[in-house]
Design a protein. Sequence first.
Length: 520
Amino acid sequence: MLPTASLMTGCACCSRRRFLAGCAGAAAAGTLVPLLGHAAPAPAPANEKTRIRIVWTMHSVKLLGPDWPNKGFDLAPVMERIGTGLAQLCPTVDFVFATADGPEQAKKIIDGDRTAAIDGYIVYQLTCWRNVVQTIATSGKPVLHVDFKYGGSGGFLIYTAGLLRAAAANVGIVSSERIEDVAAAVKCIEAVKRGAPVSGFAAATAQVRRERMPPAGDPACTPDPVQTLSPEECVRRLRASKMLVVRDNTTTGAGKPLCQIPLQHVTFDELNGAWKAADKDQSRAIADGWQKAARAVVGVSRETLESSAAMYVGMQALLKKHAANAITINCLGGFYGGHIHAYPCLGFHELCNAGLVGGCEADVYSAAAMVLLTTLTQGRTGFISDPVIDTSKRQIIYVHCVAPSRALGPQGPTNPFEILTHSEDRQGAAVRSILPVGYMTTTIDVRPGQIIMHQGKAVANDPDDRACRTKLCVEPVGDMDKLFTMWDHWGWHRVTCHGDLRAPVTAVAEALQCKIVAEA
């Protein structure tokens, strides 16, 4: 990954995601491999309770800044519900509690537990990141790493992939919304207490996870014949494309092409100038159109709507000025840093509806994947997401505050959408698109020389208020467990497009001399 480090653009949060993706596997391998041969403890008396410490992984009980689930979210009721639920479902277990915001606190916990007769740990990932589970895993005790859905999912997926890559035999994972699934995995900790080897703990929890996962649903999908370009024509048009990358106020000039797509760096100042210069009447008319077209507008003022429309007009002006068909912006860093004054989410939504590309967070890899998809399909851009896995429903959920409302292309039908605040900070204007279900979807991301891909049937839209606004629920095709294994190397983002595109994407990958990495 080092030769392409200059392409890793975006806000601090986005950069952190990518840094962790590159480092988690190596860090885990360095610290956890010695645990693989950990001996089983002496069997405990039959009437002795198992003592398990639950480690809440978060930076504060009430979230003071932008993060998943969202700014202002109170985790106290969540913690109480989990603690009470596990106590009721696991009467032979004594649960004790601690909180860790990072590896230093995690180390203090395990050091303090050396004389506390702790039999195992549950690391509950309540918010993203924090680097706690890796340290707890060095205890040698059985450790369950559990995702709080739409809360800690990014850290959970990336850290889990690193632990799996390191073959951390004492770490099991639970990625389920059901507290009953956590309780079922707790029995594996109890089994170690009774004499089962720690070295079999991860395998035992994986078996429980597979047994409790619902069976695959009806695989039949809505007919959707997608007209795609030949690989040669697709590559020719990729070369004729151009992506604008708005990262900061210092990076300018041409970037290294990605998937043969030329890159052009543009500053925040140039984008902000285009926003300021946007025609007011045109911006008002666009805002009128959004208000009429949206199924609902909630928490977004008219002033914010017009400012978002001006951002869209400004992006259009930049695309025209630079003869480009795609733009990706460090939206979070730009907005939080005061460099831009409107989220580009609604503008991205409009660009994607028109068969152009608006990509989030200056993620050039995912934006390039969008350019590839929209070129190949002649208009279906797909959308960038932060995926979440819920085994209780056998689903992967693609979650973000931007998505088109013409998922089948500019000439296709329009699906409903709502205009809401950007979820993490409850500011600005963003999009919840209620995307079509029943269709096969294809999910990819790109790196130099590689394209990762999995597929699944779209089955639902989740209206949950936590995390980003658009939530497309998909039942994956293939090995659900394999979906846990790639996030540490590939980062959190993926790009999902409606349509069965496995064959044409594979053909284009060959023409680009890219290896296809099967994710499921």
